[in-house]
Design a protein around this ligand. Sequence first.
Ligand code: GLC
Length: 874
Amino acid sequence: MAVKKQSKAAKKQPKTAKKQPKAAKKQSKVAAKKQPKAAAKKQPKKRLPTKVAKKKQVKVAKTETGKISTGQYGYFDDENKEYVLRIPATPIKWCNYVGTLAFGGIVDATGGTVLCKGDPALNRITKYISQMPCSDFKGSTIYIRIKDKDHVRILSPFVVPTCTMWDKWECRIGLSYTKWIAEGFGLKVTVVVFVPSKSSTLIQDISIENVSRKNMEIDVVPVYEFSHFDALKQLTNADWVPQTMTVEAHKEKSGHVILEQYAFMKKQYAVNYFTASLPADSFDGDRREFLGFNEITGWAAPSTLYKGKLSNSTALRGDNIAAQLFKFKLAPKKVGRVATQLGQEESIAAAMPAIKKYRDLKNVDRAFADLADFWKHYLAALQVKTPDASFNSMINVHNPRQCHTTKNWSRYLSLYQLGFGSDRGIGYRDSSQDLLGVMSHMPEEARVLAENLLSVQLEGGNAMHQYFPSTMEANEGDSREKEDRPKYYGDDHLWIVLTVASYLKETGNMEFLKKEIPFYNKKKELEAREKGTVLEHLKRSLAFSWNDRGAHGIPHLGFADWNDTVNLPTGAESLFNANLFAKALLEMIDICEAIEDKELVEQYKNWYEEIKAQVNKTAWDGEWYVRWFDEKGEPLGSSKNQYNKIDSLGQSWPVISGIASEEYAKTALDSVNKLLNTKNGIKLSWPGYNGFDPHVGGVSTYPPGAKENGGIFLHANPWVMIAETIIGNGDRAFQYYSQINPAEKNNGKISEFESEPYCYPQNILGSEHKQFGLARNAWLSGTSSWTYQAATQYILGIKATFKGLSVNPCIPKAWKEFSVSRKFRDAVYEISVKNPNGVSKGVKSVTIDGNAIEGNVLPILTGKKHIVEVVMGE
Ligand code: GLC
């Protein structure tokens, strides 16, 4: 009932709103209700009062809506490094990340918030259930109340949960902030949400401008709903949890209110607080009091908002919220502003410095400017100019930004990986790979995380699968579930060799190899655990795989390799593990050469040759490499199999590891092109299993074409791009790059793709599935790190080595030139590459500051900028 009342009210425009562009008004009204097709097509023809008005309004409409066309929900604003969403009704929830794992989380485009401090499972702050429709309250919202004579109108700048139809609405998804601008009802409401760098405070900066011609009384009511700190308990326990949840109110002399929230057992250790830059008129800490009528009218129309004040409730138990009401009286053109803070500290006393700081709006502005500076500095590590605009946009902004996100949250917290319980944590293999994507931007932060990963490596050399950042406790991941399968993953411990090598090459800090780090041992206290240098850790990684080989001389699969879902019985071997092992050996050989340990170089070269020989002897299937040998020695990923005849990793990785001969490499990659490539990306395997098969396990739980079962598992796509560049096929590498570029999906393919166009999803349904092209699992995917590496280190070909910065592009033949600005060690290299003869690969000449050099490795230089000119050719 109440909802009906709302939308009726919303239809009635206040007189002053006439000034608003009607066309835009209609667009966004329709848009909020319907699919974009209708939205974009329905231009304002009817209901326009006069001819004059019609002309004027259509003109306005063009500028207002001109940025998006049929099939689009928003557009890229490259200048501001934002994606601008104009239609809130996206097919699925689109979101953004704010802060870091230390304090931060997810903000969705209609105002929902998932906030955590340090650990999504063990220290969660807001309650958000991602499976609920976007129209439901999701941990947070803001209400705006306008009183007009006797009439009360309740709006939300986020459109939901009030179903507010604004004249104009946009949501700017920026670098660690989201900004909404909602116009209508005589108001222009701007909300910016962000976490100041290194703080434990989520700021919500709300401005309201009176754009009408009359004085207005406006109340602003931001609300958060709290979760129990143990995120899973919040969902599974409705007895203990509500008995412990508490909200107290502290009213200061100044009129400011601090709402303090905690679960009883945390009272002395960690409390959440909610306060603002302005004194509060009234507040609520109890959800039932706030929603009123025993919650029957829900979040869409909290009945308290139809009264004058909030109830000033606290909570001794039950569902905890933090709501405060702020009053504004605004003359025309005047702006009211309030900044709220949601934070967590040991106690309110400990929070006071931050509270005081951010009550001063100048400090809020400064913190926002500092955030922009952080990103300016971060992105400056590598900037490109190529003939392809969406490649530039992804490489200069969105892809490195996503790498920063995966570096922080691993696969722990997204709208898909929900961060409850012990299902996920910081993944060993995932984070090791994520670090490769941020190494040129934040190598020292990457090193700190690499040290954590090394500290959950076991004495025997293999690694725990994941750990919890706040306790540093580790576990064996899904391998815990099956009694009769190995309790380790065959690949985890190998990835870290690539990560450490990348750090050393980027920074030249060889001292790191000497740093002592404990090995993981659940049974021993930290101090009692065996320690080893980083070099020793890497040696044990390699020794583990060398000693853990099966009947074909190929490393065992363990519970799984990179592909989590193929879980063959004990004894199975993995060709992927063999190739990753070989690649790790190559990196280790580089490291040992750099530290001049000839004996180790010799040993690892022997191991490499042995593995190379075994793979080529046992795994060539005729047109491609097989992917596994099962416990009986039977191949999987072979033309002999009924399902899973060919697997993409089986072909890309022998090229990456240098194991495949030129002929095998070409034949295998052509088979990928023929059997696995589609217009939406390369499928992981083909054909998909068509029914559960306990022998292979998880992969066969998916229908054919979904996820690892023949889906386009995007993470594996950049590996094929890299392999193609290694064999010099720049056109194909770039084709593979472009066909999965999410920014490209913004041009007419979103209704099929559905996922955010400004970040890579994890998977797209493959051609065996009826919903071919549909993407899911946005943000936290290894696709981000590897596509960034494929683009920058292999297509553009700029790669850190121990000797300097190697320049070895492999580009589309049609590219005549491109340029890259790359920070490396203590200098910036301004590299411009010319391609006069239209080749894909080959460097003919290089000059630095006008002087020719031998070869294509730019020496390690100091000084600020160096001008590098490269000419490609045979
Ligand atoms: C998921 C996992 C990752 C795994 C991949 C393929 O992305 O997070 O660890 O490698 O699936 O199974």
